[in-house]
Design a protein around this ligand. Structure first.
Ligand code: NAP
Length: 242
């Protein structure tokens, strides 16, 4: 078994997750790159970082989450850092959104909760050590038209971070959220140009963020930041101050 600490990044094949995998590998972690459908991209990230492994699961499916954690137990035997990055934004206003779309958003939240529960039980609580980093969003704080379930999920994730940090008092497991602003990934690429320009007009730094600019904060929370827990770190070019 590797002597390196193990970091798992959900949704590690593309976007912010892939940047987190690279940043954590640079910090000396053996990185478990989780993906759902971006297998080729996840393999490419693995080839780039060298020391790591792949994990496939749809986090909306509890059985697949359970199976993934069991596989982790058999293969690597420990998890030191868990980055809950995987996310989906279901976009539609309240008038047009269907119940199934709402449920698709909610299923992700449930899967993330269950993954954290299992990783705590099997690895971190046994070792009395760990770092959990949840990727929230600025819109969980500001709200956003056309994204009610997504903003609900992200606000809930930050509340989860704060409550879990309190539940883990005395266990040497730090739990924090990173809330990105407007970052250049597949998730934002699909937004109409007009909406992108409207968002950018409110960003004092006048540009989108890069995935690496989120990943460097994640790497800090994973390796340093020893007196930070239950916090939400905003990384948004000044769009929102927290
Ligand atoms: N980009 C932004 O401006 C921005 C702003 C604020 C917050 N965020 C948050 O940052 C995180 C990463 O976003 P991104 O911009 O990098 O998005 P992205 O490029 O669209 O990537 C989304 C990731 O989530 C994974 N995923 C989605 N549904 C999943 C499911 N059911 N099970 C497992 N994995 C699933 C995808 O995996 P596969 O591709 O393998 O299916 C993919 O890796 C998300 O939580 C997002 O909400 C992004």
């Amino acid at each position: 078994m590797s002597e390196k600490p193990i970091a798992i990044v959900t949704g590690g094949g593309i976007g912010i997750g892939a940047a987190c995998c690279r940043a954590l590998a640079r910090e000396g972690f053996r990185v478990g790159i989780h993906y759902r459908s971006s297998e080729d991209q996840a393999k490419a990230v693995l080839a780039e970082i060298g020391d790591g492994f792949l994990l496939q699961a749809d986090l909306a499916d509890i059985d697949q989450v359970k199976e993934m954690v069991s596989r982790l137990k058999e293969t690597v035997g420990g998890v030191d850092v868990l980055v809950n990055n995987a996310g989906v934004a279901v976009n539609a206003d309240i008038n047009t959104m269907r119940i199934e779309q709402f449920d698709a958003q909610r299923a992700m939240m449930r899967g993330t909760w269950y993954l954290i529960k299992r990783v705590l039980r099997l690895f971190m609580l046994r070792k009395n050590s760990g770092r959990i980093i949840n990727i929230g969003s600025v819109v969980g704080h500001t709200g956003n038209a056309g994204q009610i379930p997504y903003t609900m999920e992200k606000a809930a994730l930050d509340a989860f971070t704060k409550s879990l940090a309190k539940e883990l008092t005395g266990r040497n497991i730090l739990v924090n959220s990173v809330a990105p602003g407007f970052i250049d990934t597949a998730m934002t690429e699909i937004l109409p140009e007009e909406i992108q320009q409207q968002i950018l007009a409110n960003v004092p730094l006048g540009r989108m963020g890069e995935p690496d600019e989120i990943a460097e904060v994640v790497a800090f929370l994973a390796t340093r930041g020893s007196y930070i827990t239950g916090s939400v770190i905003h990384v948004n070019g000044g769009l929102y101050g927290g």
